[in-house]
Ligand binder design. Structure first.
Ligand code: FAD
Length: 684
């Protein structure tokens, strides 16, 4: 028996590794994070951005678990947008373009100063097990040239190991017909560990991903490009951030054109994917430009977002044209694009093929079923993306630490996107790199960015994962949200009076409370908040028992009318009314201070989805009830509007006999299952 040097060893300091190490350390156990070099910590292998649709909610969930990705993002963001903002808040995608150098230094600062966390710069070459296949340590070398059987190794003993090696396991990079071993640009691959996993009998396959070329900013003609500014209103990813301090810059938009497409079509043979050099699957939802041209031949242009890699960087990341075509073809296709006619390339794009582990071998805690103490997180489990990696990392880190206490922590599908992702991975495995999308979450209307604290924090308070400061913020916000809802629920008004100017509103003439009215489309929210503010004064200045007074509603109608005047005419009061201009202005300011924008937004989202959430509960019950429903042989999925091509393809391919069979097919979203079940109920 060896004495352990550390409770948890984490291999790799990418997004999964950093989050895993920090989470385990927050739980008070000793952690050793081993990675190739300092420069490796927090490296963004591809695009310099965090968040997006689906992914942004994962980052908010990481924040609710007091994770570090949101903090590093807030310290480095240079362009923020809420994607999908024209749609409901449930599918908003907060996304920040970050300064690559600032992100990395923020992450390094956090990691190198974390309590209970030691960082070592070395290559892990082997994982050591006892006779029961229980992990007991790792072997690592400080000289990258040492081979597996050299004597010059350090052995580090530990209780658990978390493997987060990303794209490094037997990584091979391809540009045109040139292939070379590597974990990502200018970094060696991890071949000994890849060999070890296969030797252990773990089921391993290959996937691929790709990255675009990087361009010199000064060679771009910005006069020809469309500018895209970030949002004026930035919502930080971390609740501990009061204000984003980094300057914000624009990004620029251009598009491919017929000439670009022709160049690509004529030179497809130089792409390792089309010449047969690469046979593994790439990310369907983040395809290379050559894939886009082949898969969508009818499209005559594809958008490209030119994102500067940092505030003082002269390098630009062209988002949307990841490619592994030969260097000559990359240059030619770039030069065919408006604004890039004189482009100079800093580094050419490439594709990378790597080993991933079939995640069906994992428990929901991300521990391998057959190898106690060995946890896997991130790209190694078949996912793609920094956020997906970090989301798994935090769960693996928590569970590796909790293992010592014989406890575990799992997020369910109804609690969070992280839960949806891990459940999808371990249930279905992957056939292509898994990326988070809102359509994967059947409970997405209740898995919103703004309510992640409410969904997740209570369950982790007792295990001690969250700092006092962070939990106080969450508890206070929850109290204020409930307080404001109860104020709104007490105020009954005639809708047509509140919604001055919205004549199309259908009113049944019945009084409604303000919380209900808040969810009516087109409503002016300022009206609602003003009435609530006036109500507080009214009940403060008068008898609080007025709620029971028969004249009460009459008085509220008056207040409502005055609030209309406030909203429309910048305050013009009847002198006889109890309010006066000075008091009301102050009052409304006071109200806004007490219930700031984030609290008002939480209340609005709750109001908006109150009805949907009830319907969602019915859907869940219906799904459970209909699991044994038979799918008739003649069922044609293409007649159901709204089903994606992927869903239709997979149903036609696998021909499921029942709803239960359908649920087992990877890529069939729960929303699709509900639509199919309803359709079958109608036709039989
Ligand atoms: P990584 O971030 O890859 O980190 C792995 C870490 O493990 C590194 O620090 C490495 O040094 C360390 N390591 C490996 N082996 C050892 C060892 N034996 N000993 C010690 N340390 C070791 N994602 C997208 O969402 N969209 C994209 O378009 C996209 N394109 C990509 C293109 C390329 C070329 C690459 C390489 C990645 C791309 N990704 C993309 C994926 C994204 O970078 C990953 O999903 C994400 O970084 C995975 O995080 P991770 O923590 O699992 O692994």
């Amino acid at each position: 028996m060896f004495s352990n040097d550390y409770s948890v060893v984490v291999i790799g300091a990418g997004h999964a590794g950093c989050e895993a190490a920090a989470a385990a350390a927050r739980l008070g156990v000793s952690v050793c994070l081993i990675t190739f070099s300092l420069d490796n910590i927090g490296e963004l292998s591809c695009n310099p951005s965090i968040g997006g649709v689906g992914k942004g909610i994962i980052v908010k969930e990481i924040d609710s678990l007091d994770g570090i990705m949101p903090k590093a993002t807030d310290l480095s963001m240079i362009h923020y947008r809420t994607l999908n903002s024209s749609r409901g808040p449930a599918v908003w995608g907060p996304r920040a373009q970050v300064d690559r150098k600032l992100y990395k230094s923020a992450m390094q600062n956090i990691i190198l100063n974390y309590s209970n966390l030691t960082v070592k710069f070395a290559e892990v070459n082997d994982i050591i097990f006892n006779d029961n296949n229980k992990v007991i340590g790792v072997k690592c070398s400080y000289d990258a040239n040492l081979d597996l059987y050299s004597e010059k190794y350090e052995i580090i003993y530990c209780n658990s190991v978390i493997l987060t090696t990303g794209t490094f396991l037997s990584g091979i990079m391809h540009t045109g017909h040139i292939s070379q071993s590597g974990g990502r640009y200018n970094e060696k691959s991890s071949n000994n560990l890849a060999y070890k996993l296969r030797q252990l009998g773990i089921s391993v396959s290959r996937l691929k991903t790709g990255t675009p070329p990087r361009l010199y900013r000064d060679s771009i003609n910005y006069n020809l490009l469309e500018e895209q500014k970030g949002d004026d209103f930035i919502i930080p990813f971390s609740s501990l951030t009061n204000k984003i301090k980094t300057p914000q810059i624009s990004c620029y938009i251009t598009t491919t054109n017929e000439k670009t497409h022709q160049i690509i079509r004529e030179n497809l043979s130089t792409s390792p994917m089309y010449s047969g050099i690469i046979s593994s699957s790439g990310p369907r939802y983040c395809p290379s430009i050559e894939d886009k041209i082949v898969r969508f031949p009818h499209r005559n242009r594809h958008q490209i977002f030119l994102e500067q890699e940092g505030l003082d960087s002269d390098i630009v990341y062209p988002n949307g044209i990841s490619t592994s075509l030969s260097k000559e073809v990359q240059l030619a296709l770039l030069k065919s694009i408006s604004g890039l006619e004189n482009i100079e390339v800093m580094r050419f794009g490439y594709a990378i093929e790597y080993d991933y582990v079939n995640p069906q071998q994992l428990k929901p805690t991300l521990e391998l079923k057959n190898f106690p103490g060995l946890f896997l997180a991130g790209q190694i489990n078949g996912t793609t993306g920094y956020e997906e990696a970090a989301g798994q990392g935090i769960i693996a880190g928590i569970n590796a630490a909790l293992r010592l206490k014989n406890k575990e922590y799992i997020i369910s599908r109804s609690e969070g996107y992280i839960g949806v992702m891990i459940n999808d991975l371990i249930r279905h495995g992957v056939s292509e790199p898994y990326r988070m999308m809102t359509s994967r979450a059947e409970f997405r209307l209740s898995l919103r960015p703004e309510n992640s604290d409410e969904r997740l924090i209570n369950n982790v308070l007792e295990i001690g994962l969250i700092s006092e400061e962070r939990s106080k913020i969450a508890i206070l916000a929850q109290q204020k949200t409930e307080e404001l809802i109860s104020i709104l629920e007490k105020i009954l008004v005639h809708p047509h009076k509140v919604i001055n100017g919205y004549k199309t509103l259908k009113s049944d003439g019945k009084l409604k409370n303000l919380f209900e009215i808040l969810s009516i489309p087109g409503i002016n929210h300022n009206d609602i908040w003003n009435i609530a503010a006036l109500n507080i004064t009214y009940t403060d200045n008068n008898n609080p028992d007025d709620n029971n007074n028969p004249d009460f509603n009459k008085k509220y109608e008056e207040i409502t009318l005055y609030s209309d005047i406030i909203a429309d005419n910048n305050i013009n009061y009847d002198k006889n009314h109890v309010f006066n201009q000075k008091n009301d202005k102050q009052l409304i300011e006071k109200f806004y201070q007490r219930y700031p924008e984030d609290i008002r937004h939480k209340v609005y989202s709750k109001a908006l989805y109150a009805v949907y959430n009830r319907r969602q509960a019915n859907d869940i019950a219906m799904l459970k009830q209909n699991e044994n429903q038979i799918i008739p042989d003649e069922f044609d999925p293409s007649v159901i509007s709204g089903l994606s091509n992927e869903v239709i393809y997979k149903i036609n391919k696998y021909k499921p006999r029942s709803i239960a069979d359908l649920l087992l097919i990877e890529g069939i979203t729960p929303t699709a299952v509900i639509a199919i079940s309803l359709h079958i109920s109608k036709i039989i």
